[in-house]
Design a protein around this ligand. Structure first.
Ligand code: ACO
Length: 325
């Protein structure tokens, strides 16, 4: 019998502290940084984001998302033999956030590691978990995106600090005799490292370089719209399907204009695109599983639907996963 992987449960978690654009603008104004709800909504589609309080880490957000995904799948932490966390904001330099999460869940003993592909992290992690399940290395995995981007934002830089938020999303991926994940397509081009990065590093007990996020927004925008179309088309071709076979496009939630452009290129109506960027901002690796879980719990995305998940981010990295829910 062929062995495939399927998503059997989804979960997500947002830290309770929510800031509307107006509330963030008022806080920034106190530091002499000028922005407005109008500018943020018009350029990005973002209306609000959630930020963690001091002492809350990516693993804490991931824990809540995983508990909810496990409940949806009808499983306990002891059923899990693989945990992959996609994050660019790990709790520590090491060990991995996946190991910290594993211990908090009480799911000790299986494999656990982090994937670092910035905003494409979740599609990378899902592809790795799918491969490990298909080859028999794992039976039941938790695949997680979790971020506390508020910790790496420069709140004096209005071109970036209004864009991001914190949160986590998770799926349970299980071995199955019928295909859930149909195809995936992953890429990176390291020559674009400098257009989106946190260039600082730890050295001899000090932070060398700038530990806050830097972005050339226009360069990222141009690259993102091109590669997202390519990845979607490549994934469809691998699965022998066309755009008409997509019930829902669930793209990385960075900017509504990037999503509109991708939908236009794929000839998909915006009614088929899951949009949560307005309420969550850009939560990097967490954005796709957060959007997926939100749409599942709203009853929009249903079992049997064909979903195209797409991510793009720092590296530059990009990719897509096509699946039957
Ligand atoms: N509030 C008010 N004014 C602002 C703000 C702000 N928060 N930020 C920039 N401005 C000003 C600029 O200073 C500039 O003013 P000027 O004309 O007087 O010089 C003006 O607005 C236009 O700035 P641009 O950078 O040209 O604005 P643009 O339309 O390119 O929008 C944005 C910027 C939203 C960052 C856009 O380039 C973008 O979305 N890029 C994609 C990047 C992205 O989504 N990154 C997320 C991470 S990567 C990923 O997830 C894929």
């Amino acid at each position: 019998m062929n062995r495939y992987s399927r998503i059997t449960g989804t979960g997500s978690f947002l830290p309770p502290r929510r800031l509307t654009n107006a509330e963030l603008a008022a806080q920034l104004a106190l530091q002499g940084v000028e922005t407005s709800d109008e500018w943020i909504v018009e350029r990005t589609g973002i209306r609000a984001r959630h930020f963690v309080d001091d002492g809350v880490f990516s693993s804490d957000l991931a824990l809540e998302a995983c508990k909810s995904a496990l409940q949806a799948a009808g499983l306990t932490p002891q059923d899990i033999d693989l945990i992959i966390v996609a994050t660019s904001t790990p709790d520590m330099v090491f060990p991995s956030t996946a190991c910290i999460l594993q211990n908090k869940l009480g799911a000790n003993g299986g494999a656990a590691f982090d994937v670092q592909a910035v905003c494409s992290g979740f599609v990378y992690a899902l592809t790795v978990a799918d491969a490990m399940i298909r080859t028999g290395s794992s039976k039941r995995a938790l695949v997680v995106g979790a971020e506390v981007f508020s910790r790496i934002l420069d709140f004096k830089d209005r071109t970036t600090c209004v864009l991001f938020g914190d949160g986590a999303g998770a799926v349970v991926l299980e071995a199955s005799g019928t295909p859930g994940i149909l195809a995936s397509d992953l890429h990176a081009d390291g020559k674009h490292v400098g257009i989106l990065c946190v260039p600082g590093h730890v050295s001899n007990g000090h932070i060398l370089g700038d530990p806050l996020l830097k972005m050339d927004g226009q360069a990222v925008f141009k690259l993102a719209v091109g590669v997202l179309e390519e990845a979607a088309r490549a994934t469809l071709a691998k699965a022998n399907l066309t755009e008409a076979g997509i019930d829902w496009l669930i793209p990385h939630q960075a900017n509504i204009r990037i999503m509109q452009s991708t939908a236009r290129k794929l000839k998909l109506s915006m009614d088929k695109v899951v949009v949560t960027v307005d309420q969550h901002g850009n939560t990097s690796a967490a954005s796709i599983p957060l959007a997926l879980d939100t749409a599942v719990r709203q009853g929009k995305v249903k079992p049997g639907d064909t979903l195209m998940l797409e991510g793009v981010g720092g590296g530059f990295t990009w990719g897509a996963v096509l699946l039957n829910l």
